[in-house]
Design a protein around this ligand. Structure first.
Ligand code: CO
Length: 134
């Protein structure tokens, strides 16, 4: 069912510093920071030849990545995102498999303007998984 790896998301307490590391130390192509108030994060995309890295910094008091950063103060890998062809079919399959879909359990528009669901880490080896319809 899952297709390509769309991105790996890394949470950081300081997105300017994180972007600098990817740009200057690792020599990657890095986007400008984009505040996403609807999602409670600031994002920077790092373009790689075969995938993307999504840097995330909390935005606002109710940021969904705040508890992760409280547990991992220096940051860390927050989620991986796999592409699916049909988000509603993926959602139904995950429900049938007994996986826990976070939030309302229904697809919503993600940080890239595409429909997504998030799967709880407890069912997936401790990894938060985002499925994105492309
Ligand atoms: Co993501």
């Amino acid at each position: 069912m899952i297709g390509r790896l769309n991105h790996v998301a890394i949470a950081t307490p300081n997105i300017a510093e994180a972007a600098k590391v990817y740009r200057d130390v690792l020599g990657a192509k890095v986007s400008d920071p984009v505040p996403q108030p609807d999602h409670g994060v600031v994002t920077v995309f790092v373009e790689l030849p075969n995938t993307k890295i999504e840097l995330l910094e909390p935005l606002g008091a109710n940021s969904p990545i705040m508890s992760f950063l409280n547990k991992n103060p220096k940051g860390g890998i927050h989620h991986v995102c796999y592409e699916v062809e049909d988000i509603h079919a993926a959602c139904a399959k995950m429900r049938a498999e007994g996986a826990t879909i976070t939030g309302t359990g229904e697809p919503k528009i993600g940080a890239h303007g595409k429909p997504v669901i998030f799967l709880h880490p407890k069912d997936f080896n401790g990894t938060l998984i985002e499925l994105e319809q492309v």
